[in-house]
Design a protein around this ligand. Structure first.
Ligand code: V47
Length: 384
C-alpha cells in the first residue's frame, strides 16, 4: 500500500494532475475524511481524467480495505426466468410459454447443489424472475432442499423485488416474509432489482417493477431483522449522470440508517437480446468511473465489487486499483448477463481469481458471504 509521504514525488505529480482535472476541492475532502456531496459526484463522473478519479478512489479503498482483495467460492442458481415484469433492459426474464422460458423443480435445484458437493462452495446465490403462479411454499422448499444437501452453505437469495412479491403472495408484510424465509435457511439478500431508483427511468424501463423507494424499504427491513443485503445499480442505458448520483445518495442515506449493506455492485448494461438492443452499453471508462465514484460516494459501504462477469476479468482486475476490493466469485453458471450477450465465461476458477488479484499487487482473501476470512492466499502456489 502506498503511504502518503510529504514531499514524495508521486504525491506532487498526482496533486498537480488532480488540480488540472479540477478535483482539488474533492481531494482535500478525501484527505480529510469528509463526506462528498452530489455536486462532487457529478464532477467526478464528468471528469475525463480517469487516473485522477481512480487515484482518489484508491485512497479511500486502501483506507477501508488496505491491500486486501476479496473473492468467494460460490454457485449461482437461477431457478426460473419466468417473469411478469419483463423489463426492457433484461433478456433473462420471459413470459410463461416463451420458447426460452424455463423453471426448475425443487428436485432439479437439489441436484444442482448435489452435483457440486466435492467443491468448496460456501455460498449459493439464487435469484429468479417474478413468477406469476409459483406458491410461497416453492421458495421455502428451495431453501430447505439446499440446506438439506449442503447444511453449512450460506444462501444469498431473492432480491428485494422478489421479497415484496412473496409478501404480496402471502398477504403478509416483508418483515414476516423475511422471517419465515430465514427460518427455512435464507442467509442474506443479493443486491439485484435496484436498477436505477429514478421514477423516470423505472417508468421507461421497468414500470411494473417494485418502485425504488419500496426496494429501499425492503432492504432496510431486512437489515433491521439482522439480514445483510447487497445493493446494485444498472448503468449505461437511459439514465443520466444525475440519476446515478441520486441512486448512490439514496443508498448512502439508507446505509446511514441501518448499516446493513455489505457491498455495492455497479452492473454494466448488456444490450443484446433486450428491447434496448439499439444502445451500445457502457465503455471501459464508464465501467471504471462507476466503480471509482461509488467508492468515493458510498463512504459507509464496506465493499465495492468489480463483478468480473459483467466487465470482464481483465477490467475487474484493473478496477482493484480504482476503488474495488472484491471480484465476486467463481459463480458457475451465470445466466442473466449471458442471455444479454455477455462474452465472458460463465465461471472462473479460484486459481485464476487468486492470480489476477496477486498480479494487481493485492492480497487475495477468500471470504464467506459476510466477509469473514477463509484463507489469505500469500505467495504460495494456489491450490484450487
Ligand atoms: O437485478 C438484468 C441486472 C441483476 C441485465 O448481490 C442486467 O452480490 C446487465 O443483481 N445487463 C441480477 N445487467 C444480477 C445481480 C447480482 C450479480 C452479482 C452479484 C450480486 C450481489 C448481484 O442483473 C438484475 C438486473 O439489475 N440485469 N438485465 C442486462 N441486460
Amino acid at each position: 500500500m502506498v503511504q502518503p509521504v510529504p514531499g514524495n514525488r508521486l504525491f506532487f505529480v498526482m496533486d498537480k494532475r488532480i488540480e488540472q482535472a479540477g478535483l482539488t476541492g474533492i481531494h482535500e475532502k478525501v484527505r480529510a475524511g469528509q463526506r462528498l456531496d452530489g455536486d462532487d459526484a457529478v464532477r467526478l463522473y464528468r471528469c475525463s481524467d480517469i487516473l485522477a478519479v481512480g487515484y482518489l478512489a484508491n485512497l479511500v479503498r486502501e483506507r477501508i480495505n488496505g491491500d486486501r482483495a476479496y473473492f468467494i467460492y460460490n454457485q449461482h442458481i437461477n431457478y426460473s426466468n419466468i417473469c411478469t415484469n419483463l423489463c426492457s433492459f433484461c433478456a433473462f426474464g420471459r413470459k410463461k410459454g416463451d420458447a426460452l422460458a424455463y423453471e426448475m423443480s425443487v428436485d432439479e435445484v437439489r441436484e444442482k447443489v448435489r452435483a457440486r458437493l466435492d467443491e468448496p462452495i460456501v455460498e449459493i446465490h439464487m435469484v429468479g424472475g417474478i413468477h406469476p403462479d409459483k406458491p410461497f411454499d416453492y421458495y421455502l422448499d428451495l431453501l430447505r432442499a439446499i440446506k438439506e444437501v449442503r447444511p453449512e452453505v450460506h444462501i444469498q437469495a431473492f432480491t428485494c423485488v422478489e421479497i415484496a412479491h412473496l409478501a404480496a403472495l402471502q398477504g403478509s408484510t416483508p418483515e414476516e416474509t423475511l422471517t419465515v424465509l430465514r427460518q427455512a435457511g435464507l442467509g442474506s439478500l443479493p443486491g439485484g432489482g435496484a436498477e436505477v431508483f429514478s421514477p423516470r427511468i423505472r417508468e421507461q424501463t421497468c414500470k411494473d417493477k417494485l418502485p425504488g423507494d419500496q426496494w429501499l424499504e425492503v432492504a432496510k427491513t431486512a437489515h433491521r431483522l439482522g439480514l445483510n443485503t447487497n445493493a446494485t445499480m444498472l448503468y449505461g442505458h437511459l439514465e443520466t449522470i444525475e440519476e446515478r448520483v441520486e441512486h448512490l445518495l439514496a443508498l448512502r442515506q439508507a446505509q446511514d440508517e441501518t448499516g446493513g449493506f455489505l457491498a455495492f455492485i455497479p452492473l454494466a448494461f448488456h444490450p443484446r437480446n433486450t428491447e434496448l438492443s439499439g444502445l451500445t452499453g457502457p465503455t471501459g471508462m464508464d465501467d471504471l468511473k462507476n466503480i471509482a465514484v461509488a467508492r468515493l460516494i458510498l463512504d459507509n459501504f464496506p465493499h465495492i465489487k468489480a463483478y468480473w462477469v459483467m466487465i470482464g476479468p481483465k477490467l475487474a482486475q484493473l478496477a482493484l486499483s480504482f476503488g474495488a476490493d472484491d471480484m465476486d466469485g467463481t459463480v458457475k453458471e451465470e445466466v442473466i448477463t449471458h442471455m444479454a450477450g455477455a462474452e465472458t465465461d460463465q465461471a472462473i476458477g479460484s486459481t485464476t481469481l487468486i492470480e489476477l488479484i496477486r498480479e494487481a499487487g493485492r492480497v487475495p482473501v477468500e471470504r464467506t458471504t459476510l466477509y469473514e476470512t477463509i484463507a489469505v492466499h500469500g505467495v504460495e502456489a494456489a491450490t484450487r
